[in-house]
Design a protein around this ligand. Structure first.
Ligand code: NAD
Ligand code: ZN
Length: 438
């Protein structure tokens, strides 16, 4: 976005929303520029009105300025002292070596910069990407630079804020989550309002230390303040829920028939979001039986096992030979993608989120060009439109994601969670670094 821009806080209550002036910053994407006057500005203003009364006014002004400066210094020292009483050690789930596996390690509590926030993690959720990094597949080998702490789906409570963060309306004790894609703020995409596809993006929990730890450091501009009414298990999965919301709302959805190919956590959440936003019928394909059952529980109207029946024929027959209005591709599987395009009606929308690990041959002539299909790649969450839409849907009570949740366990028991998720028999498993009762 060019130069300065107005952003809105992401609280639930419109009345609680605040505007801040922000300006791009090389380090974190954005640095707050305070527009409100400080607590001492009233006194200074009073004295300023006296300033043209020569000697007495000038002396009083100097005195007040000095007093203000020393009070500010005292406050800063007090804040530092409080910081110093906190332990500098914590535990973290880390990738230490370029090899399979993860390990619990002692680590330093992150040191925050002036525009950062330190968050005490309440609950974190394991993502498919974490499974890839655990298994050390080809993608991980090219991307991950050990040692690094994983974890990019989480919620927690602000422990401490950087010196320049005050006017961003964040304070210790706030219940928060975060957009973990940190954009550069300077590239073409960032400047034209497409920060979610910034080519210089760094992902916290992948490229930098993440949230599978007692504490995580986040740029204040990426913090999403949450309504305390949001249960923490929902707060911990806003990152993938945002993927689902972004994909579903990338085009018309009310009154549209929808096909979701692939019912992993994001596909399952897409079913719920599509229904909540008024889609007329949701078809879902999934090869895993456990996940087909979950798709039914989460509201899919027609659930198909493409390994056992002709998914395209079934969808065409259910739509009077027309095909679905919208394809939401959530598997990354080549045959699911091909089937999705075959089942899409002429003039339909294909929104592709799933990430194939190989090239996917497509019949472009018949399935895209002659169909006049609209094809979109979907990456991450729009900053911060998707967050606004998602939190509004949650506040309205439109999204019942309860069937998605599996176990809640302490971070130390991570091996059990990864084993269960790798079997494909679990929904979302939440890890609690600071204990289950925290
Ligand atoms: P997931 O791997 O848990 O889910 C994929 C599902 O597809 C699985 O349940 C699998 O059984 C199913 N599947 C496999 N082959 C199929 C077929 N032929 N037909 C129907 N279903 C089939 O992944 P997820 O966490 O739910 O994420 C969904 C996809 O989105 C993944 O490819 C992931 O890498 C990708 N992703 C993309 C972004 C983005 O920003 N674009 C972000 C996160 C995840
Ligand atoms: Zn950028």
């Amino acid at each position: 976005m060019p130069g300065e821009e107005e952003i809105r806080g992401a609280g639930f209550e419109p009345s609680k929303r605040v505007s801040q002036r922000i300006t791009p910053d090389l380090h974190n994407g954005f640095t707050e520029r305070p527009t409100q006057r400080g607590p001492f500005s009233f006194f200074v203003a009073k004295i300023e009105t006296q300033a043209h009364k020569p000697a007495a006014g000038r002396a009083a002004r100097v005195f007040v300025l000095l007093a203000c400066a020393s009070i500010k210094l005292c406050l800063r020292v007090a804040r530092r002292k409080q910081t110093n009483t906190m332990s500098t050690n914590m535990k973290a789930l880390r990738k230490m070596q370029p090899a399979r596996g993860l390990s619990m390690e002692p680590a330093q509590v992150p040191v925050i910069g002036p525009a950062d926030v330190l968050v005490r993690v309440k609950a974190a959720s394991i993502c498919g990407t974490d499974l890839h990094i655990y298994g050390w597949d080809r993608w991980s080998q090219g991307r991950i630079k050990p040692p690094v702490t994983l974890g990019h789906e989480f919620c927690g409570v602000i422990e401490r804020i950087g010196d320049e963060v005050a006017a961003l309306a964040l304070k210790p004790g706030d219940f928060v989550s975060a957009e973990m894609h940190v954009n550069c703020g300077h590239c073409h995409q960032c400047r034209v309002g497409e920060a979610h596809i910034c080519p210089n993006v760094k992902i916290i929990g992948i490229d930098q230390d993440g949230a599978f730890a007692d504490f995580v450091r986040i740029p204040a501009a990426n913090i999403i303040k949450l309504d305390p009414g949001i249960p923490e298990h929902y707060g911990a999965i806003l990152d993938p829920l945002g993927n689902a919301v972004h994909t579903v709302l990338a085009g018309a959805i009310a009154g549209q028939s929808v096909l979701v190919t692939g019912c992993g956590p994001i596909g399952l959440m897409s079913i719920v979001v599509a229904k909540a936003c008024g889609s007329s019928a949701v078809f879902a394909t999934e090869t895993n039986e456990h996940r087909r059952a979950m798709a039914r529980r989460m509201g899919a109207d027609v659930v198909i096992n493409p390994a056992a029946e002709d998914a395209v024929a079934k969808i065409l027959s259910e739509t009077s030979g027309t095909g679905v209005d919208v394809l939401l591709e959530m598997s990354g599987n080549p045959s699911a993608i091909q089937q999705g395009f075959k089942a899409l009606r002429a003039g339909g929308r294909a929104s592709l989120l799933g990430i194939p690990t190989e090239s996917v041959p497509l019949d472009l002539v018949n399935d895209v060009i002659f169909k006049g299909a609209t094809v979109q790649g979907i990456y991450g969450r729009r900053m911060y439109d998707t967050w606004e839409q998602m939190t509004a849907l949650l506040k309205a009570g439109r999204l019942n994601l309860d069937p998605l949740f599996d176990e809640r366990i302490s971070l130390e028991k991570f091996e059990d969670a990864f084993r269960k998720l790798q079997s494909g028999l679990a929904g979302k498993i939440l890890l609690y670094p600071n204990g289950l009762q925290h």
